[in-house]
Design a protein around this ligand. Sequence first.
Ligand SMILES: NC(=O)c1ccc[n+]([C@@H]2O[C@H](COP(=O)([O-])OP(=O)(O)OC[C@H]3O[C@@H](n4cnc5c(N)ncnc54)[C@H](O)[C@@H]3O)[C@@H](O)[C@H]2O)c1
Length: 255
Amino acid sequence: MRIGIIGCGAIGTDVAVYADTMNEIEKIYLFDIDKKAEEKLVKKIHKGKCKYVKDFLDDVDVVFKAASQKAVNECAEIVLAAGKDLILMSVGSLFDDKFRGRLEDIAKKKHCKIYVPSGAVCGIDGILSACIDKIDEVTLVTTKSPKSLGKDFDRRTVVFRGSARDAVKEFPQNINVAASLSLAGVGFDETRVEIVADPVATRNSHKILAHGGFGRLRAEIENMPNPNNPKSSYMASLSAIATLKRITNPIQIGA
Ligand SMILES: NC(=O)c1ccc[n+]([C@@H]2O[C@H](COP(=O)([O-])OP(=O)(O)OC[C@H]3O[C@@H](n4cnc5c(N)ncnc54)[C@H](O)[C@@H]3O)[C@@H](O)[C@H]2O)c1
């Protein structure tokens, strides 16, 4: 398999370095608007080559995007129109219903797939299964230090309670987790979000609570920051790598 990576930052680097060790991956094309990031990464791997997206697109099976929401808007349609599978980290771009609908239409027409790694949350597999039947409620409780939310509280304070769609407008830094949960389950308007500023919190944590016909679900994660970008959770890189392995693996585990 040949892969193109757009975005050679913290997550792109983790994925490229791992992909370099995978027997199933024979070539890794790299693109970043920051040429220094591209050059730094290509030196770390053996199967890598730096090229513009339009120059590697014909030669890849899958494109992995870990750049920015803007980058998704700029070239997701081009990748899918070329009939290539796409793995998206900037899931927040899929909040736009019209844009998401366009991507789905192209993917169907071109028989390719859009993969959304579960990112910095856990429990997405349970939500995917549970919503085959009726789910009464899905809530995401995100807890961060007041500083990382741009606040200055000295006690635990709920700073937002509402729909995932509104949470993202007020707290865009929470966008990816809320988006993957909404897409897996009951959508952006029905998914409830609570954002908590807690001075005791040393790590970003996400808790998913759901109940419905299946029973009750409670999944919680406390994330270590990515050593190369403290704003990204290391788990996001691991979930991206797990998605890549899933694509190459004949045995598909989980919902
Ligand atoms: N799904 C999740 O749970 C989750 C978790 C963490 C991060 N993310 C998202 O993943 C993305 C990458 O995160 P990161 O920690 O690696 O960020 P990062 O800042 O370390 O790296 C991003 C890289 O993308 C490059 N870039 C920006 N715009 C570009 C463009 N238009 N074309 C090509 N390259 C471009 C930058 O130069 C940078 O090197 C971000 O959009 C972030 O929001 C998702």
